[in-house]
Write a protein that binds this ligand. Sequence first.
Ligand SMILES: C[C@@](CO)(OP(=O)(O)O)[C@H](O)COP(=O)(O)OP(=O)(O)OC[C@H]1O[C@@H](n2ccc(N)nc2=O)[C@H](O)[C@@H]1O
Ligand SMILES: Nc1ncnc2c1ncn2[C@@H]1O[C@H](COP(=O)(O)OP(=O)(O)O)[C@@H](O)[C@H]1O
Length: 303
Amino acid sequence: MQGMRIPRESPAGWLIEAPAKLNVYLDVLPRRPDGFHGIRTLLCPVRLSDTLCLRPDNALRGEVRLTIRSHHRSIDASQVPTDDRNLVTRALRGVWAARRLEAGCHVTIEKRIPSQAGLGGGSSDAAAAIVAANHLWDLRLTPEEALSVAAAVGSDVPGQLSGTANLCEGRGEQVTPAPIPAGVPCVIAKPAAGLSTAEVFSRCTPGEADGGSVTKLLAALRHGRWQKLPSLVSNQLQAAAMELCDELRMLAAAFHQFPFVAHQMTGSGAAYFGVCRSHQQALQAVAWLRARQAAWAVATCTA
Ligand SMILES: C[C@@](CO)(OP(=O)(O)O)[C@H](O)COP(=O)(O)OP(=O)(O)OC[C@H]1O[C@@H](n2ccc(N)nc2=O)[C@H](O)[C@@H]1O
Ligand SMILES: Nc1ncnc2c1ncn2[C@@H]1O[C@H](COP(=O)(O)OP(=O)(O)O)[C@@H](O)[C@H]1O
């Protein structure tokens, strides 16, 4: 797993950041025989992260003991599962199984990424756990092995392993690095309601996009041609999510009224993001959105 981030040691345990992602572009292709849709998506990490703290304890013999914390009042840590449904537990069990290892671990997750937002928080936690486990147990996973464990945990996990921007295809497991400039200011906001990924996909009418648009978007991002972004960013899950969520329609209307460079929903929602001209404009947008139904809004930038 060359070029990947590594965990850092602290008195509490090994720390690793798990950044949220924005889907700057998302095509939905027809449903496949395995029940998943083909997708073509550009995942871009931002400087909003959960933090994982891992304390290996092999005496736990295959068990993962999870503690979830949040200091942000709009993120309810009690809603995040701490049993086998947690994607971190599944990721750690996956890597140990790949090396036939009977290990164990205490993990504390400091949640800053809201759930059911399309920000990939759970998947990013899982990706970070795979990267950390590879280092802590000296597993020497090949990139292919890491991707395979990640894909078994969830469609969004492979694209978040590197912590950098990636073009993801297949059901999300075919990952190609896609350079997007770091430090581009943006705002992310979410209504109180969340959306289920499965439900949004089931409501979506897939397209037959040819991939040309994402190539144009990548070129515009690389060369800083911001004026082209409004016609190039795209999310084919957005219409289905809007049908399911009144609050999202209201939030979208607030985004339309603010002079963002470009804006759209991320993933299967219900978070929306706007690209800004400056960090100062991003801070103004947070205040604007909080005054107009956003239950949660942050100013951040691409990582
Ligand atoms: C839509 C995206 C875009 O990045 O992100 P989120 O909104 O979840 O953040 C992802 O494709 C989501 O990936 P992930 O959240 O890992 O999905 P999974 O757990 O694998 O699948 C949840 C459910 O979504 C549907 N699903 C998911 C991915 C896919 N390519 N086709 C699908 O049809 C399936 O019904 C599946 O049972
Ligand atoms: N570590 C985790 N953090 C957050 N949610 C998790 C985690 N592990 C499993 N989940 C479950 O996965 C669901 C989807 O994860 P979430 O972070 O909400 O991603 P997204 O909003 O991108 O679909 C959550 O609603 C939650 O029930």
